[in-house]
Write a protein that binds this ligand. Structure first.
Ligand code: FAD
Length: 521
């Protein structure tokens, strides 16, 4: 008999978290063989809502004739790097902080440059944004310590498991205080209320190792010589010599792209996705997904993932937040941008999700010469964000439409309550969204309703604009060395450079760039 065996169990929700019930299910499944089991570990837990009754699917590892080994949580080793060679990192998002952990591990000293404020100070600007519609261009939902994901749902899954060591990245989140469940649940998430505390602990670790973090400090320029990075400029006036820079400034830092272009450093237009944020009552999503079990207290607020093909083009749900809130994610006055967050309990009465369609090279080519104008996608994104700002520069009210009216192409007479605190206003979103985006979304909502009966309802809203799904610019880099092809020592990193989408993939890319920078230092 193999000493270790992996099995799958399907359990009712009330049994999936009860150790005795799991053991009893193992006995039922294995019969006599189960008598030799000395222990078991649950490796994965996911919800299976496809059948009549909602169940949890558990992947369980069984240990025969040996005790289950105690789980050894991942630990980042504390090293003093105060006097070690320095590597500069622009951006204290997941990519920047994970790059810093890796540098410390390898005996280098990270120096992080961050335009925004610490998580705690950032909170005041977010309150000012939601209550008073004041967008601070240096401190908002996208800019500041922890990056764009700090005040998010903190979903920690990535579509691609080819990107790198996901378990290590999750292990690091655990090391800084995330629940152990993030390494078991198929769709792990942390929640807006818990993320800032974790980010603070990350910062304390970097500082205690001798790393440096400069908040309220913006990378504004750089110089190169003979194809190598030589200096970086901070806040427009402080030049410092630098031979390495991990550029992890995210996809909202338009000024960084313009600065690179101004310095004749190649950047390229990149396809991205655009659409609206849809919001439903969470209870309705629970009813659709869990059917008769919708009130089962052991089930979390239901999630959905939808995709439809419209005329050969994909329309899909993105960053779905059960029990969440739609957040104003603009980085400048005069633009309206949506995204979503949820607290760890996901206990708000709304379910929201981006519903977006690809703006591919084909669409970009209709706007101009993609090869000649690297800003073509970015300018297009901006135009839609401007059009969504319906009440002038200093107002974050978002244009919205009931889903049923969206599909009929008529302005809603009134709107249901929406979680977006700056407020919504009835609007014909045809006037805001590009025609082909509106058409595709219209058709997709009808298709979605066939997959989730009741999805297309007057109780649901489409709120514009969901535009910061991924970067509209790629900063090229060599596949192996990760240097910019024209500038040795410049490492375009993570989401803003077009190599990641989401917290985990950005974190993993940060580590990769740190590895590359170590070789160069
Ligand atoms: C509201 C919201 C909810 C989200 N929810 C999720 C989720 O649940 N799960 C998920 O996986 N993803 C989510 N995302 C996306 C996720 O946050 C990003 O994919 C991820 O943060 C990208 O990481 P990054 O490190 O590449 O860049 P960012 O997180 O964007 O970090 C870039 C950092 O660079 C700083 N910066 C910019 N310009 C400069 C400069 N010139 N000088 C110095 N610093 C600069 C910024 O202030 C920022 O801190 C969400 C995003 C938002 C806005």
């Amino acid at each position: 008999m193999e000493p270790v065996q992996e099995i799958e169990l399907l359990l009712l929700p009330e049994k999936a978290f009860d150790e005795a019930a799991v053991l009893s299910a193992i006995h039922q499944k294995l019969g006599k063989k189960a008598l030799d089991i000395k222990g078991f570990n649950i490796r994965k837990r996911s919800i299976d809502a496809r059948g009549g009754k909602v169940k949890f699917n558990l992947r369980v590892v069984l240990f025969f004739n040996q005790v289950a080994p105690a789980e050894v949580p991942f630990e980042l080793i504390h090293k003093n790097v105060q006097h070690a060679p320095e590597v500069f990192i622009a951006g204290a998002g997941p990519a920047g902080y994970f790059a810093a952990f890796r540098l410390i591990e390898k005996g280098f000293r990270p120096v992080i440059i961050e335009r925004g404020k610490t998580v705690r100070e950032r909170r005041r600007d977010l309150a000012n944004l939601t209550k008073n519609h004041i967008v601070n261009p240096e401190s908002n939902y996208c800019f500041g310590e922890g990056g764009a994901g700090t005040y998010s749902d903190g979903k920690l899954y990535t579509r691609s498991d080819k990107r790198g060591d996901i378990q290590r990245a999750l292990g690091i989140f655990r090391f800084f205080g995330a629940d152990e469940d993030i390494q078991i649940n198929a769709r792990p998430h942390i929640g807006t209320n818990k993320l800032p505390g974790i980010i603070e602990k990350m910062r304390e670790f970097i500082l205690s190792c001798g790393g440096e973090i400069r908040f309220n400090t913006k990378l504004t320029d750089l110089k190169t010589g003979f194809g190598k990075l030589t200096d970086i400029c901070l806040n427009g006036n402080e030049w410092i010599p630098a031979s390495n820079l991990i550029l992890a400034t995210g996809h909202s830092a338009e000024d960084v792209y313009y600065m690179l272009h101004h310095r004749n450093i190649r950047i390229e237009a990149k396809p991205f996705a655009l659409g609206v944020r849809a919001e439903h009552p969470q209870e309705l999503i629970n009813r659709i997904q869990y059917k008769a079990d919708f009130q089962n207290e052991y089930l979390p607020p239901a999630y959905y993932s939808l995709v439809a093909q419209v005329g050969g083009k994909g329309v899909y749900s993105f960053c779905m937040c059960p029990g969440g809130i739609i957040a104003p994610c603009s980085t400048e006055p005069g633009l309206v941008v949506t995204n979503g967050w949820s607290p760890s309990k996901r206990n708000n009465p709304f379910a929201n999700s981006g519903i977006v369609t690809e703006i591919g090279y084909e669409e970009l080519a209709t706007l101009g010469d993609v090869e000649k104008d690297p800003f073509i996608a970015l300018k297009f994104r901006r135009k839609v964000e401007e059009a969504s700002c319906i009440n002038g520069q200093n107002d974050q009210t978002a244009p919205a439409q009931r889903l049923t009216d969206f599909v009929k192409g008529k302005k809603s007479a009134d709107l249901p309550v929406c979680s977006y605190t700056p407020g919504t206003e009835p609007y014909d979103l045809k006037e805001v969204l590009p025609g082909f985006v509106f058409d595709r979304l219209q058709k997709a909502f009808v298709e979605f309703d066939k997959k989730m009966k009741g999805y297309l309802t007057a109780e649901a809203l489409a709120v514009s604009t969901e535009s910061r799904t991924s970067s509209a610019i790629r900063i090229p880099r060599d596949k192996v060395s990760l240097h910019h092809p024209e500038v040795m020592g410049l490492f375009p990193c993570a989401e803003g450079a077009g190599y990641a989408g989401g917290i985990i993939s950005a974190a993993i890319d940060g580590e990769k760039c740190a590895d590359a920078a170590c070789i160069n230092t």
